[in-house]
Structures are given as C-alpha cells and as structure tokens.
Design a binder for this molecule. Structure first.
Ligand SMILES: C[S@@+](CC[C@H](N)C(=O)[O-])C[C@H]1O[C@@H](n2cnc3c(N)ncnc32)[C@H](O)[C@@H]1O
Length: 497
C-alpha cells in the first residue's frame, strides 16, 4: 500500500506535470550554505554548542544580519518569524504548507534542517521551554538517537531494507545509498507526510511508505536489513506517539525483537535502539537476553547507559518541554510511582543487533560498555557478530589446526613496578572498532606477538611452551578457555579447515 498524500503538505509531493519545488528549494538551500558545515561555521562553536542544549539566544545573535543563510537558520532551525527573503518562492512554499506568510513576514510551519548525509530532514517545529504543550501525534526531528542508530546500522549493501517507525524519515536518508528497495512505516500518518517531505528535499525517490503499527504494514514481506529507532520510552501513559508506544513498560521493544525474525530474509539483520527496565531482583541481562531467546537469531545486545528512575523521568519531561509547567510535579510523581509499583531500579539504554544466520545453534551475547567506540559501528558490526558466533561454534577439537591472526590495531600494555623483571599485568588493547581491552596471561600475549594467520595454533603453542618452559599439553588443554573469549571479542581472527 503506497501512501497517497492528501494532508496538509500534500501538494509538495503531488505528481503534477512538473513539481520541481523540492529540487529548486534544495538547490537554493545548498547555494545559501544551509548545510551542516555551513550552519556550524556560521554559528561558531559557542552558539552551536548552546543550540545542542536547546539554548537559542547565542544562535539568534549570530544570525541577526539579515543575510540569506542567517535568515534560513532563523526561519527553519530556530523557528522564529523572519522578513521574507527575495530569493525564497514564498507563495509556493506557503501553498506547499512549509510557511505561513503575513505581509512581508513569514513563519515556518515545520522544522527543516540539513542532515549529515547531505540531505534535509523535515519534522514538526521543535518545542522549547515555554512553548505550548506538544500535540499527541507530534513528529520529532532527527536527533542524537537517530544519529546513534544510523551509525550502528550495517553498511553492507542490501536488496530490501525496512525502516520501522520512520518518523521524519531520517534513517531512509542513510539507507538510500545501500538499499535497492526501501519500505518505511509509521503508525502516525503525519510522520509519513513529513518523511515524504524529507525524502523529496533530499532527492530520494521510490520509498514505499506504509502506515500501521509494528510489522502490520509488512505482513507478507521479508527484508535483508530492518532498522528501528522505536518509541522506546517507558512511561505510564503513552502520551506522545513519537516516543511512547502505549505498550506495557518495555513491551514494544520486546515484541519488535521477538517478531523481527519472521520478517528477515535469510542472512538478514535487524538493528534497533531500545530501553529496558532494571527490576529489583532480576538481572537485566536475563530480561533482554530473554527477548532474543528462541528467535533462532544470533544476537548482540549492548547496554550503553543506565539511568536511575528520577534521572529518566526528568530527561523525558524535559524532552517534551514540560519542565516548569504546572503539571510537572504531578507527572513526575505519577511516573515515579508507576516505576516503584514495578520495583524498577533503573532504565537501560542500548543497541540490539540480530542476525538470521540459519544456524541451529544461535548465540546471544549481552554486555555493557561505555567506552567511546570507533564510528560508524555499522562499518564493522557484521564482523562483531561474526567473531561472537565463530567463537561460540568453534569446537575445542578444531582449535589446534585453526589459524589465528591478531586483529589490526591491537596493542600490548605491560604494567608493573619499575625495574621488575615480569609485569604485574599484561593488557591487550584494541585501538580500532569497539576499543575493548582484556587482561591476558603470558601465553596469550606471546601468541599475540607471533600469530599472523600463517601457522596453525598447535605448533605455535609448542614453540611458546619451549620458550616459557611450560608443559605443551597443559597449554593445549588451557587454550580453548583462554582463547575463546579473545576470539569472541575480536582480538584474534580465526580461520579453520
Ligand atoms: C523515536 S521516533 C524515530 C524516528 C526516526 N526513525 C528517527 O530515527 O529519528 C519513533 C517513531 O515510531 C513511531 N511509532 C510509534 N508507535 C509505533 C508503532 N506502534 N508502530 C510503528 N511505529 C510507531 C512514531 O510515530 C515515531 O515516528
């Protein structure tokens, strides 16, 4: 079902003989320097950083000259009325529903901002403290979470991709260069209207936009890649569609994970951001790991952050500009009371990646790390899954003939008292990818120094035993337990057979 636009912004995307307004507007915006770099340069470090905290005063000061770029930033990013620049086709933009015009002043009806792909993202106007309450079907703009998912998503070229909960359509901007066919869904029809504007303005054609909840709109489809920045916020009411599903607690993300495999093509991957509850007496790893159990997919779950209940509630009340409103205390109290009724001690935020490899012995790794990782993770995420599954499925008996190679960029650190003959600790540290570190023994460290994928493990262990004076049979016996975690964590790559 292709969505036909008949709504407020319908004329923008109508197929008249020639509707070149999106192309002309894009050209105008690019010529004026309304790009990520152009805006950053124009605002300068201080105003740009203040804007990332939703403080607009420095940016307003930096854009008061009345030139075209400054005016565009004020109109479509900062959301203040401006004198209509002669360069803008005001009547056409008003007819398309992007501005309202009164005398020579124009006001934006949408938030329209450049995005890192070189395209543009259109959403509802941003809410800032003091603004009227958000409408229930508010369409949120691209932000930190959008960028998080975009950098996590696999860069592998695919035939068919699904963006579930497309919102302003930003994930499609990222998928466009590597998916031949893209389906984008959202439960909110206004989101699909705005997403269409984003795609038109970014020069992206042929996206199949479908309205409906979860996987309902794609019931008979299969995809090589599914991405979702879902309405993951865990709240009592489900007040805003852009962030809350109305499902009980973290049930939306759980159901998405459980249902996704039905919509994956063989070797397909599903990647999503998620929030999950930490409940007193329950290990969060069991909770989230349990979502993937029985799906038949290999999985990798990473917790990137945990907030206590109060921090979490404050974050999301702030997000909807509800700080300082008359309902703030009541909403805060209700939300905390609801968490307390479920014995919630915190809320975790992280990434979930699932891969349907068709294996009868799937593995799910659940872990937590906060370190800065190399971006984009999507450039190497398939390799991360591959390391996890290889380590899991490697039989002990295969190890002696397997060839190990140290991953690129792994360094060794030796720490100990100055002058000591032997170090107290040896650490292998990845300078690339996930930038993991692992404390290792002398044998693994020696192996890291010599293995380059050329020789099988067994003769290397024999040589190390000779050098260190250890019994070679002891080393062989200990090798699977010592090496399997280092293979799973990508310190060593392995080839068998
Ligand atoms: C956090 S926004 C993500 C928007 C965009 N994909 C991004 O990455 O920024 C979540 C989106 O999910 C949509 N949504 C909410 N409930 C949904 C449901 N039951 N099924 C599908 N989409 C839903 C919302 O309308 C919203 O557009």
């Amino acid at each position: 079902m292709l969505l036909t636009l008949r709504g407020r912004w319908g004329r923008w995307c109508e197929n008249g003989p020639v509707n070149d307004l999106p192309d002309r507007l894009r050209e105008l915006l690019l010529d004026a320097g309304y790009t990520i770099d152009g805006v950053r340069e124009r605002l300068g470090e201080v105003a740009a950083t203040a804007l990332s905290r939703e403080e607009t005063v420095p940016a307003l000061r930096a854009t008061r000259d009345g030139d075209l770029l400054g005016t565009l930033i004020r109109l479509w990013w900062l959301g203040v009325p401006v004198d209509a620049p002669a360069a803008l086709p005001v009547a056409e933009l008003a007819a398309a529903g992007l501005v309202t015009a009164e005398a020579d002043r124009i006001t934006a009806t949408v938030h329209l901002q450049p995005w890192e792909t070189g395209g543009y993202v259109v959403s509802d106007r941003k809410v800032r403290p003091g603004d009227p309450a958000l409408r229930r079907d508010h369409v949120v703009g691209a932000g930190g979470a959008s960028a998080n998912l975009a950098q996590l998503a696999s860069r592998r070229p695919v035939e068919r991709a699904l963006d579930l909960g497309t919102g302003c359509g930003v994930q499609v901007l990222h998928l466009a260069d590597r998916a031949r066919e893209i389906v984008a869904t959202d439960v909110n029809p206004r989101a699909l209207e705005l997403a269409r504007l984003s795609w038109a303005l970014s020069g992206i054609k042929g996206v199949d936009a479908r309205q409906g909840s979860l996987f309902d709109p794609v019931a008979d489809d299969r995809f090589d890649l599914i991405v979702a920045n879902p309405p993951f916020v865990i709240s009592p009411g489900g007040r805003f569609t852009y962030r809350e599903s109305g499902f009980e607690a973290d049930g939306f993300c759980r159901d998405l994970v459980r249902l996704a495999p039905r919509f994956l093509a063989p070797e397909g991957t599903c990647q999503l951001l998620a929030n999950w509850l930490h409940v007193d007496g329950e290990d969060w790893r069991d909770r989230v790991g349990g979502w993937l159990t029985g799906t038949g997919c290999d999985g990798w779950v990473v917790q990137r952050d945990v907030q206590d209940p109060a921090e979490y509630v404050e974050l999301w009340l702030r997000d909807a500009a509800e700080q300082g409103t008359s309902r703030y205390r009541e909403l805060y109290d209700d939300w905390l009371g609801w968490f307390a009724s479920m014995n919630v001690t915190g809320v975790g935020f992280g990434w979930i990646t699932m891969h349907d490899s068709g294996s009868l012995d799937p593995v799910v790794r659940v872990e937590e790390f906060g370190q800065r990782v190399e971006l984009p993770v999507g450039g190497y995420v398939d390799g991360v899954l591959d390391s996890i599954t290889r380590a899991h499925r490697l039989a002990d008996a295969e190890l002696p003939t397997a060839r190990l190679a140290l991953a690129d960029g792994v360094l060794e650190e030796r720490i100990g008292p100055p002058g000591a003959e032997d170090p107290a600790r040896i650490i292998l540290r990845q300078t690339r990818g996930l930038r993991r570190s692992a404390q290792v023994g002398t044998v693994e460290a020696a192996l890291a120094g010599v293995c380059d994928g050329e020789y099988p493990l067994d003769p290397l262990l024999a040589a190390i035993a000779e050098l260190t004076g250890e019994n070679p049979d002891d080393l062989r016996a200990k090798a699977p337990e010592a090496l399997r975690p280092l293979i799973a964590e990508g310190f060593f790559h392995i080839s068998t057979g």
